[in-house]
Design a protein around this ligand. Structure first.
Ligand SMILES: *[C@@H]1O[C@H](CO)[C@@H](O)[C@H](O)[C@H]1NC(C)=O
Length: 400
């Protein structure tokens, strides 16, 4: 009797223990799954020689030269305060909002630990008396709620860059508003639309860079000009004022405003930063891919692909099939990557924003189109999201 009951007891114990082990394992994998993914330890800080991108990705990672002992010492002294590091998107017009939201969705999916901030026209919050909001404004308000709720994005209304400018014009707003975010130590701006393939190098760039007014991705491998595809910014009141004052003197594009205010090569990302990988790649460049271009190597080494082909209006527009075929890179591997990036963008735009592609008319037809009534935006989206997003907009607005 005693034996059989101790056998029962033994089996109960074994059963309990195996259940416990199983449960612990599930808890651990759950914890791993929800934990923000912190940047990997730094690669050895060996800058590579100014890369010619296409040649670089046709081969294993290029030749590495030099080293930066100072930098290692510098980061050794750093403690990373993620609450003061962030990714910022600047939206000047309705059509840009979904693309900004998709960048935040990527950061969320890839579990970046940094803050997310969205700058958008303050005019979108104001009700015009006796006037119903336009369908694009209604859509934007819905997306603003969604981006805050789903991806924890801080909503920051921005004013026009020049006082008293027409707040309904996209050209009244500027990337210079990033400099108003003075409570952040460093922020990264990625030019949308695009697809983040790997947030790791971007997080490392945020975490381990020195703060300087501007560190921009170089426009060319000669490093003699800045581009607007990736900015790392240390926002200060003085730079914000300086940019606003210069912009007030005459209308100019953001690129010109930044080029006049920050000189190259001092305001470029360091060669160390560029050695983190292919930080930004423009999709149009895939057309220059040479024999031996390897899609697997490209995708693994690239952090952000900006979807920008000079002949195309952008991935958010529906472009006729023949135009797409004509522009697809000739190189087979590069062509496949290119087509996949555009297709993924289209699918995720529907998933994330509930929006179809925008209709695109060739420039010749646009004049006619403009005289017609504004077409209501077509939307398809699940009903349950709608309800949760009907609450009030929560915005952070120090200026109000
Ligand atoms: C691309 O590179 C990967 C990894 O280096 C390799 O396994 C694969 O075979 C290459 N593909 C082609 C088509 O060369």
């Amino acid at each position: 009797m005693a034996i059989s009951s101790s056998i029962v007891l033994l089996f109960t114990l074994i059963l309990f223990l195996s259940g416990y082990v199983l449960q612990q394992r599930t808890v651990h994998s759950l914890q791993a799954a929800i934990k923000p993914r912190l940047p990997k330890p730094l690669p050895a800080p060996k800058p590579i020689a100014a890369p010619s991108l296409n040649v670089k990705w046709a081969r294993p990672i290029g030749q590495r030269v030099g080293s930066d002992a100072d930098f290692h010492e510098y980061i050794g002294q750093q403690t990373i305060d993620w609450s003061r590091l962030g990714y910022v998107q600047v939206v000047k017009e309705h059509v840009e909002l979904c693309s900004a939201m998709m960048v935040f969705a990527d950061l969320n999916r890839l579990r970046s630990p940094a803050k997310r901030i969205l700058l958008f026209p303050r005019a979108w919050l104001q009700e015009k008396e006796g006037e119903a909001p336009s369908s694009s404004l209604t859509t934007s308000r819905r997306l603003l709620r969604a981006v805050a709720r789903r991806y924890g994005v801080v909503l920051m209304p921005m004013q026009t860059i020049v006082e008293e400018a027409d707040d309904s014009l996209p050209s009244s707003y500027s990337l210079a508003s990033i400099y108003s975010l003075v409570e952040y130590e460093r922020v990264i701006h990625l030019a949308a639309p695009g697809v983040i393939l790997d947030a790791g190098p971007l997080d490392s760039l945020l975490a381990f860079s020195k703060s300087q007014p501007l560190a921009a991705f170089p426009a060319t491998s000669e490093r003699n000009d800045i581009s607007t595809s990736l900015f790392l910014v240390h926002p200060t009141v003085s730079d914000y004022r300086k940019l606003r004052e210069l912009r007030a003197t005459e209308p100019m594009s953001d690129l010109n405003l930044f080029r006049k205010s920050f000189s190259a090569p001092e305001s470029l990302l360091s060669t160390w930063s560029l050695s983190l990988g292919n930080l930004v790649y423009e999709s149009g460049t895939l057309r220059d891919a040479i024999d031996g271009f390897n899609a697997t190597v490209f995708i693994e080494a690239t952090a952000y692909v900006r979807l920008s082909d000079p002949e195309l209006p952008g991935p958010e527009y529906d472009v006729p099939y023949y135009d797409r075929v004509r522009l697809r890179p000739q190189n087979e591997e590069a062509g496949a990557v290119w087509a996949k990036l555009y297709e993924t963008f289209r699918e995720r735009r529907m998933e994330i924003c509930g929006l179809d592609l925008e209709t695109w008319t060739t420039p010749v037809l646009q004049a006619e189109e403009a005289s017609q009534e504004e077409m209501p935006e077509e939307e398809k989206r699940p009903g349950k999201e709608q309800q949760a997003e009907n609450e009030d907009l929560q915005v952070q607005d120090p200026e109000m």
